[in-house]
Design a protein around this ligand. Sequence first.
Ligand SMILES: [Zn+2]
Length: 454
Amino acid sequence: VSHRWAFVALLACACGGADGERDGRPDILLISVDTLRADHLGCYGYERDTSPALDGLAAEGVLFTTATSSTSWTLPAHASMFTGLPQSVHGLDRTTRVLADERATLAESLQRAGYHTLGAWSGPYLHPHFGLAQGFDDWVSCVGYDIAGEGQLHGKDRSAHRSSHEDITSPRLLAQVERWMNARDERPLFLFVHMWDVHYDFLPPAPYDSMFDPDYNGPIDGRDLSNLATALPPRDLEHLIALYDGEIRWTDHHIGAMLELVGEEAIVVVTSDHGEEFFEHGHFGHRRTLYEESIRVPLIIRAPGMAHAGRRAADLASVMDVAPTLLELAGASPLPETMGRSLVPAWTSSALDPVPLMSELYLRKAYTLALRTPGHKLILGEERELFDLQQDPGELRPLGAEAAPPLTTEAHAALLAELQRLARQHELPGAADAELPAQIDAELRKLGYIDDED
Ligand SMILES: [Zn+2]
């Protein structure tokens, strides 16, 4: 049976120790643009010119047309990106969890392979408290406000009391990448950059604030969006989306500058942790549902000399596949346990097996699971919803209860059974409980991420 769960068996790691062979190892830049919907990028067919730098990157690499996050919020999605594990296994399903030290991560494997591992983060869930810094030689805060002792920050634009949703971090991240490139030694670099500005609030600096809707005169200014509970009038919603698109273009500008800094030989992966809802299913924001607008993300992989330029791969891909793919491209040891898989066969052979993508959400003591096949999506939560994504890509017309789910193959059935078993476990393996430091808790509350039912 060929499916992701075949890989969860705790295989003994046969990897060796430090790898002294560093010559010729490519630098790696992994960019996670928080809250970036795939369908708002030019290279994914969007009508607005939001992403000239990413479009150029896609022309030099492989673009996965159907990439999905493991969930719809920041903390578990990044844990999946780094471990290749779903939320049910890494266990970071709520804010009081941290990634256990025992978990193997992408950065740890690259570090053992001789990489200098450097991360820069700019949103509260990437704070080292949560355990995602494992394996990084340096893990640099680029937030512009005081969070849990991270107050002494870089740059002249620091404002101690600005909170996370108003924070503008791309220039600080770019400056950090420049410092790293200037200070490099003989080791190949693994740079991870977590970009925050596309996340609400939507406050793109000029000229990006008026780039896509210059004639608007209404009340929407992109602020205080975490409590936006009721649908907006169409014209106001249009402007809100234009501001989101302005944030994407602003971020894309900085990504372009980072690509210049790392050079054309570097392996570059750009993806996101989740999308954003604009009332397609009655909500604004994320961490609410597992519909496509919440979990569909871009995934662009440029691997000079190793991947065909300009290829568009229709294989189903997950953020859980990022670590296995990068480790193969770097010639580093694979993660000893992972449910992601290397995407390299998507361009070296004809196609990958069409295993289903899974996404999970645990919210207010309720668990929701989504399984996506090439043509269908099954969501198991308070209700059971099955969608034909060819006929109904917006997931607005669930098929009737009589419709057979696309889980007819042995692999799909085994996947579903295993997920349900994991979901029933009260003590999720691999996660450690930890009380949230007060300043992180305060920032997450301002963002609307925490309420007392959390
Ligand atoms: Zn996020």
